[in-house]
Design a protein around this ligand. Structure first.
Ligand SMILES: *Cc1c(COP(=O)(O)O)cnc(C)c1O
Length: 517
């Protein structure tokens, strides 16, 4: 998510210079010492560039200040890199190719004493790629602050069953010090504890199964793998790659109706931006694929597909505690951090994922034997782009993939309109910006490893324990402490839970809070 409020730099300068009457240099020092910039994405279409013709009409004085900030900055650049006019052109906040625009991310970097990404891999990409020139100009400004999630909402509140069996073993200090969960590693071979973990998971799955029965009138097999992919719908998050796996499973059953495979319930949920045509088409495809599969008697309870509507925090609180498998399958180098990945890990779901965003650090924390990693690494994605990616080659050379893409293209999942999903077919076969086709084969192999592993419940539960026990780093308490000390220059307050007599309102279910309003 982007939370960029770049106007604060020139607005603070305007207040200090125009209203408070400070000299420019003094105002600038205050501004830079006050501001810090957290980057939340490297996708170029999400980095804001404001057309100057709009600023001229709406904020003429602010635009003047931006031009002067840029003028002073480019003087500094030419002092540090004399004669490097190409660098000056690249670093100007005023972009002159085509419509004249202000690059707001560049303005943020210039006006901040600290710049950070939200996971280690993302902070490195910022330094070596996205803002490389600015890193060379101000190396000391660049930092990393790996995202986190609050253990109060994302374990204590949403998963009381799991919270209780953890507290039975290690007490309750983990609620404000999540690293305490490390102590659970000593119980990773304790069969009774593993059985308790499995029991809680099963209860959570049955509760979600009831919800799905009520909301969607779909009967799911609660002993199947609950394979869950919930997040905003976006091409880079590759919900389509998940659908390619679903159709792969379906085609295997159709080809060999008596095939023994580990049953799955695949749930995909998320909202699309209203103007994002491809994202809405992906939602339509998930629903149509679900319709075909769920109503095919040959399939039975070996495979079910559910699109979860209106994905939001209160629904996440119901879904995540019931997950066996968390899908975190973005193209390496595109997901800044992710936080959904952390919520699932903390609730004892195993992850199938790429080495992207915080998945990289999750893998470091738990060891690669406790996570299902597949696909290209970020350097392989870069190399593939450099040498010219040809998606069609993968379509031509993999017969399963070929069949699936043809089904999507010829109306197998849209008998009422055979052309409905043509845009999806064309986008994958002729462009495939996020390289789904190149990662397809490895993804399928990895999913087959997941199914194999699920056949051994105690081994699976042991991996779940390693996931939970390794999630201490991903507490937002750790993140906020790092921001406080290393960016804001303040000492963090101690975390205090409300005393029982003060009520547990702050830990109440989000839906109940909504009802009260
Ligand atoms: C955590 C959360 C997200 C972020 O999920 P990612 O998988 O990190 O993209 C989005 N929406 C809701 C409702 C969430 O709770």
């Amino acid at each position: 998510m982007t939370h960029i409020r770049p106007w604060r730099y020139h607005e603070l300068m305007r207040i200090l210079v125009d209203i408070e009457g400070l000299p420019w240099d003094k105002a600038w020092t205050i501004t830079v010492n006050t501001c810090a910039y957290t980057n939340h994405t490297v996708l170029p279409e999400a980095l804001e560039r404001w057309p100057t013709h709009l600023l001229e009409r709406l904020l003429p004085r602010h635009l003047e200040i931006m031009y002067y900030i840029n003028h002073r900055f480019l003087e500094e650049v030419s002092k540090k890199f004399p004669g490097d006019s190409d660098r000056m052109r690249r670093m100007s906040i005023v972009e002159e190719d085509g419509e004249k625009k202000i690059n707001m991310a560049y303005l943020c970097i210039i006006g901040s004493h600290a710049v950070n990404g939200v996971a280690a891999i993302h902070s490195n990409i910022i330094k070596t790629d996205t803002f490389r020139d600015f890193y060379e100009m101000y190396p000391d400004r660049f930092q990393n602050k790996t995202n986190g999630i609050t253990p109060r909402r994302w374990l204590l509140l949403c998963n009381p069953g799991l919270s209780d069996i953890i507290a039975d073993k290690i007490g309750e200090d983990w609620v404000t010090d999540l690293y305490q969960l490390q102590q659970l590693k000593q119980f990773a071979d304790d069969e009774q504890f593993l059985r308790n973990i499995m029991k809680v998971k099963q209860e959570n799955k049955m509760r979600l199964a009831t919800y799905i029965q009520q909301e969607y009138n779909v009967t799911v097999n609660s002993s199947s793998i609950f394979d869950i992919h919930v997040k905003r719908i976006h091409e880079y998050k590759r919900q389509l790659l998940n659908i390619l796996h679903v159709i792969t499973m379906y085609n295997r059953i159709k080809k060999n109706p008596s095939i023994q495979l580990v049953p799955r319930t695949v749930m995909i949920g998320g909202k699309a931006a209203p103007g994002y045509h491809m994202a809405k088409l992906i939602i339509k495809l998930v629903n149509n694929v679900a319709n075909v599969i769920n109503n095919d008697p040959i399939v039975g309870d070996r495979l079910k597909v559910v699109f979860l509507e209106n994905y939001r925090v209160s629904l996440a609180e119901k879904i995540i505690p019931a997950a066996d498998l968390s899908e975190q399958i973005s193209t390496a180098g595109t997901e800044a951090s992710g936080t959904g990945n952390m919520k699932f890990m903390l609730n004892g779901a195993l992850t199938i994922g790429t080495l992207d965003g915080a998945n990289v650090e999750m893998t470091e924390e738990m060891g690669d034997e406790n996570i299902f990693i597949f696909g290209m690494k970020v350097d392989e994605v870069e190399e593939t782009k450099r040498s010219g990616y040809n998606a069609q080659q993968y379509y031509e050379s993999n017969s399963d993939l070929h069949q699936i893409l043809d089904q999507i293209n010829n109306g197998y999942f849209s008998p009422e309109d055979a052309n409905l999903f043509k845009d999806i077919y064309n986008s994958l076969v002729y462009t495939d910006r996020f390289m789904l086709l190149k990662d397809y084969e490895d993804y399928i192999k990895c999913q087959d490893r997941v199914s194999e592993a699920f056949k051994n419940p105690l081994e699976w539960a042991k991996m779940c324990v390693h996931n939970i026990a390794s999630s201490g780093k991903f507490s937002s308490d750790r993140t906020i402490k790092e921001y406080a000390r290393q960016i804001w220059g303040v000492e963090p307050n101690e975390i205090k839970l409300p005393a029982p007599h003060e009520g547990l309102d702050s830990f109440q279910d989000t839906d109940k809070k909504d009802e009260k309003k």
